[in-house]
Design a protein around this ligand. Sequence first.
Ligand SMILES: Cc1cc2nc3c(=O)[nH]c(=O)nc-3n(C[C@H](O)[C@H](O)[C@H](O)COP(=O)(O)OP(=O)(O)OC[C@H]3O[C@@H](n4cnc5c(N)ncnc54)[C@H](O)[C@@H]3O)c2cc1C
Length: 415
Amino acid sequence: MGRTVHIIGAGLSGLAAAVDMASNGYTPVVHEAGPQAGGRCRSYFDAVLKTRIDNGNHLLLSGNRHAMDYLEKIGSRETLKGPSRPVFPFIDLKSRERWTLQPSAGKLPLWLFDRNRRVPGTKASDYLEPVKLAFARQGKTVGAVLDKSSVLYRRLWEPLAVSALNTTTDEGSAALFWAIIRETLGAGGQACLPLVPEEGLSESFIDPALAYLAAHGGEIHLQHRLSRLQFDGGALRGLDFGGTIQLIDPNAPVVLAVTAPVAAGLVPGLKTPQDHRAILNLHYAVEVPRREPGFIGVVGGTAEWVFQKPGLLSVTVSAADRLMDSDAETLAEIIWSDLREIYPLPESMPAHRVVKEKRATFAATPQQAALRPSGKTRWQNLWLAGDWTATGYPGTIEGSIRSGRAAAALILKNA
Ligand SMILES: Cc1cc2nc3c(=O)[nH]c(=O)nc-3n(C[C@H](O)[C@H](O)[C@H](O)COP(=O)(O)OP(=O)(O)OC[C@H]3O[C@@H](n4cnc5c(N)ncnc54)[C@H](O)[C@@H]3O)c2cc1C
């Protein structure tokens, strides 16, 4: 049996840390407050829709290399499905135009010279504008750097930035958006293949990780909430689970992979992002004939991305704080009328579920980004992970997996 590593939180960041530690001969013991692993990336049975749904629709791109490595390691890369070429269908609900953005498969952006593969109303040179993000000064927002009056801004950069940052372009960090562009669109078509879980988030990201940990002698304790950390000098010496204390050897590593507000409450003096942004998801129990690739971007409506799943249409609205106080039925009706513009659907709504995640991710503003701590703490055996730590990426699957892997790498380097 290898050395024990305690991991607090079984979201993606905690599981990514646990998987990397297990593959390096450690025995991970994971403590999760909730009744289910996965945190903000999980699936569950919904009694109204009578089917399993994801807590939020998640879209990945093949350029999310840490996420891809993690999936390879836990053996579930093949459970993510998508088209063999990069294709992104869009509809503009104001003009009723439809188009499909089709970047070239290789690194050379030859697609830009074919107007049928670009956004209507744009020219090839417009697509160079994001390079300005790379040179933007610290503290700049996307909206301050890109030309907000351009067609491409409204039809591409804004929808991409809002969904990637979960923050409006007037507030969202230019540097964080550049990180996304650089590693996806900027890296060529092979980095832009859209991927969604064939079954569900838990089946792709969580259950195979739990199986991997079990196969490596790891343990997971659900409904095991950490209430306090006990320190002694420069080391963490105890984990307090509501009065039951687990003593910790000063050389035994512990990864705290909880949300930012929880971490700030547990670790003395820790500064973290405190401002969050909401995501709204709506699920309708309806079957429509499948249109490849199974999702569509929406401009000019309230819906932003629509995902087709067996027996379901699921809609995502990011940076949705403005909608959080609206009542669920009103929101369901507004989005249903957007959907009726896209698919042949009846006027009456089918069974539906509205899911408001008020604190879906940290606000990816320059100010909040400046508060992100690294994975290292002033205690020799305590490490941090979470999508809110300084990964250089926004609060995403890729960001959370990066954070967990970075914490594991720091521990291994210091061992
Ligand atoms: C609705 C929604 C849609 C999203 N869409 C996308 C998308 O399309 N693409 C994308 O890349 N990302 C998306 N994200 C973001 C992505 O889901 C998150 O960045 C990622 O899941 C965060 O993982 P994490 O491990 O950092 O945090 P969490 O998942 O929050 O994990 C923290 C874990 O710690 C546990 N915990 C908290 N306190 C304690 C305690 N005291 N003791 C023990 N355990 C504790 C929690 O229960 C939780 O399981 C979306 C998020 C939401 C909410």
